[in-house]
Ligand binder design. Sequence first.
Ligand code: ATP
Length: 439
Amino acid sequence: MSDSPTPELFDKIVNLSKRRGFVFPSAEIYGGFRSTYDYGPLGVLLLRNVKNAWWRSMVQLRHDVVGLDASILGPPQVWEASGHLANFTDPLVDCTNCKMRWRLDKLDDPDLCPNCGQRGAFTEPRAFNLMFKTHAGPVEDSGAVAYLRPETAQGMFVNFANVLNTSRKRPPFGIAQIGKSFRNEITPGNFVFRTREFEQMEMEFFVPPADAATWYDYWCKERYQWYLDLGMPADQLRLRPHDPDELSHYSSGTSDVEFLFPWGWDELEGIANRGSYDLTQHSNHSGDKLDFLDPETNERYTPHVIEPAAGATRTAFAFLLAAFHEDEVGGEARTVLRLHHRLAPYQVAVLPLSKKVELQGPAREVFALVADRWMCDYDETQSIGRRYRRQDEIGTPYCVTIDFDSLEDRAVTVRDRDTMAQDRVPIEGVVAYLNERLL
Ligand code: ATP
């Protein structure tokens, strides 16, 4: 694929999402609520699979990373220490002609309003804080101010000592978390790419200062590979090191994993070498020591942090875009989502050839066998050809068909989404057959 944007693919995915139940506009019966979305029956499975794949690779398969689920609501002190109250801002400009608001750093031309085309009509930029502010408790005074977290990362920093004292982990080790974050984005958009409420998958990896550069390189490679292993095509994925003028003041290195979206290259994840900034800030503000005494060298140090920070909702969207294909089968157009089997909403669909009552027994038997291990759809209406197309369109890797011969030979037909090859497999062997292919 070339670098040229593909706007028609964007429309196809938005349509498919709505039509098949991946993503719905939120509060739609009331006209929608700008830039919020609800994940439907298929979307919730896809999103969950993206998060599970991340958790598996970042926590389950590692001995040096533990998990956390911190609160979304937090007191101002956390955001004071992290720098978010002072610095988590975007430069906002108003167009004096059409009154639209823009994020200055995301405009192609900083002098031209993309809505009305007026040049030189912007106000001076002002810093707009992206955090959602609310009040905890019955009194709305300043003592009750709380913030919805704009990232999950601070939960890991403020729990650094708790985890260190309870988990028997020592640097190098990491704390991982998946959860919702909230940002009052000035210009949300591009479907679920930029929303005000979204999910993140973040990990803070605490290392001895001397090893930070090595671990930074390690995590850049590791995170890039994760997307490839889940089927993201290499020509739609790149790792882009930040230019020195893009780096935050505490970061000695940041790279973004970028995907070729329909509008061009854009960020899926940032991997940053954050030095000792976060632990030092929280240590200074809280008065608690957030450091580590190495029992072997007797040296006390504040660990440095390597942070891979990814967006779950944004990444699920990218996997959908990358998986979308249209081909032709027997002169008919076919839409197929070539999702990796770990990401597909359903891994298997059980399809009795007809609704006839005698097929229901074996079909339910196969469903029970398969559903014990994988998400399994069950569909008995319409022609089998149409049902195959429906499953192709939502990315189901295997369809199992029960026909009238099954009543005689206790065997079923298993069809492969990508090759469309069909195998006859004994009911007793279906789980083993699928197990080999759905590892
Ligand atoms: P951007 O420059 O796009 O605003 P960022 O660099 O501020 O993003 P980070 O703070 O590094 O983003 O957040 C880590 C990840 O969280 C991003 O790479 C992205 O996948 C996800 N993310 C951030 N903001 C949003 C949002 N508004 N909607 C959806 N996902 C988001």
